[in-house]
Design a protein around this ligand. Structure first.
Ligand code: DX5
Ligand code: ZN
Length: 223
């Protein structure tokens, strides 16, 4: 299975964001994961469409935009225009998920759905056939640097079974607490796209270490 690594820029050095993007790109990243937080759906406030637009100019990698915002329907057009490639919304954040997913498609983007650790997987059963990506949260969204919740491994296995029966390919992404040390178990559970923030950016050796880390992550999933 070919896996994808999506470094989360939440852990990057924002004073040098352009350089950080170039560094993960040349280190072999597949996507750039952008965490958008509104201080309502999650306690933290982070990035908006203007920064996504700047990121778009600084890298050729697909932008994997993770919206942790209430009523994401209000901002789909803005993030699409800013240059997002994948737009992922939370099942917990909107009353009309089907409509939001449709609007992402209509904007010409790849729709994803994300689910918090305590939300039963069944909550996305009716929408999986309409998305290109399922994002399983393995921490409570809001901050980088938290520990992977072990019980989520079973949810990843169940999600793999759920998407397997859909006629088109769906990526199974996992986000939160992913490091070189635990990525193999997460891949074994069925994930194929791995978000990592502190696991890639917050390490000794700085940018020089990104390539080694990403290669080690890939290798661990192949073993
Ligand atoms: C958490 C974010 C994650 C976070 C991952 O709310 O969605 O993408 O940046 O960071 P790590 O890999 O450090 O857990
Ligand atoms: Zn994220």
């Amino acid at each position: 299975m070919t896996i994808k690594i999506s470094p989360s820029i939440l852990s990057a050095d924002f004073t040098r964001l352009g350089e950080e993007l170039k560094a993960v790109e040349s280190a072999g990243a597949d996507y750039v994961h952008i965490d958008v937080m509104d201080g309502r759906f999650v306690p933290n406030i982070t990035i908006g469409p203007f920064v996504v637009e700047a990121v778009r100019k600084a890298t050729a990698l697909p932008l994997d935009v993770h919206l942790m915002i209430e009523e994401p329907e209000r901002y789909i057009t803005d993030f699409a225009r800013a240059g997002a490639d994948i737009i992922t919304v939370h099942v917990e954040a909107t009353r009309h998920l089907n409509k939001v997913i449709q609007s992402i498609r209509e904007a010409g983007k790849r729709p994803g759905v994300s689910i918090n650790p305590a939300t039963p997987l069944i909550a996305i059963a009716e929408i999986v056939a309409d998305v290109d990506l399922v994002l399983i949260m393995s921490v409570n969204p809001g901050f980088s640097g938290q520990s992977f919740i072990q019980s989520i491994l079973d949810k990843i296995k169940a999600a793999r079974r759920m998407i397997e029966v859909v006629a088109h390919p769906i990526e199974l992404e996992v986000d939160g607490g992913i490091k070189t040390a635990n990525i193999a178990a997460i891949a074994k559970a069925g994930a194929d796209v791995f978000v990592s923030g502190s696991g890639i950016f917050a390490q000794e050796g700085g940018q020089g270490g990104y390539k080694k880390t990403i290669a080690a992550m890939r290798q661990a999933t192949e073993a």
